[in-house]
Design a protein around this ligand. Structure first.
Ligand code: GRF
Length: 208
């Protein structure tokens, strides 16, 4: 399968998926990287690894970025099967969602539906978890719909929140699980091991 990864930041999830694809535990190829931040770590990693980089959307900072229509055209040209959002901080266009039904995933660093939605990104998520007194957190992988963090939940992992955690310590513990979870889910996606329950809930089947 052909994968497009979307990033705005450091790109450690992108890197772990790309490494898994090269090493063979994910039966797919990252064929293109999409970013709204051409100078971000993820874009640098793509360039170092000869992965084409597309800038999108067009903004005043990214004046050579692609519009949503042109982005769909470009992804089609790369024959992209699945889109993985990995720290991409822009809302995905309705056009893209319609062009890739049930084919766009996002990873979020909390146990959705808690601590999700607009405003919950980066350290803000982990600060809010700690302030709430919640004893557990962890990443969620979900399908993407037209809003922030509300699409169908596909997979989650639990990590403890320790009594004296800083947001940075909790973030590192969650991120470690993100890397494992996103690779496992991407492997399932590429092997067509995702099935949809009648009520619209997606489930991952184990390998035979
Ligand atoms: C991760 O915590 C992810 O859950 C969130 O943004 C962060 C991206 O980290 N959406 P990285 O760029 O993959 O290192």
């Amino acid at each position: 399968k052909k994968l497009a990864v979307f990033v705005s930041g450091g790109g450690s999830n992108f890197r772990s998926i790309h490494e898994a694809a090269i090493q063979g535990s994910v039966h797919g190829d990252v064929v293109v990287l999409v970013t709204n931040k051409p100078g971000c770590g993820g874009a640098g990693y793509a360039r170092d690894n000869a992965i084409p980089v597309i800038l999108s959307p067009r903004t005043k900072d990214v004046s050579d970025g692609l519009s949503s229509t042109d982005l769909v055209t470009a992804l089609r040209r790369f024959e992209v099967d699945f889109i993985l959002l990995a720290g991409y901080l822009k809302l995905i266009s309705v056009e893209l969602i319609r062009a890739y039904p049930r084919s766009i995933l996002n990873i979020h660093p909390s146990l959705l539906p808690s601590f999700g939605g607009k405003g919950y990104y980066g350290m803000k998520v982990h600060k809010a978890v700690i302030a709430s007194g919640a004893r557990y957190s962890g990443p969620t992988v979900h399908f993407v719909d037209e809003h922030y963090d509300t699409g169908r939940i596909l997979a989650q992992r639990v990590v403890p929140v320790l009594a004296n955690d800083t947001a940075e310590e909790l973030a590192a513990r969650v991120l470690h699980e993100e890397h494992r979870l996103y690779v496992e889910v991407t492997a399932a996606l590429c092997e067509e091991r995702i099935i949809w329950r009648e009520d619209g809930v997606p489930l991952i089947q184990n390998r035979e």
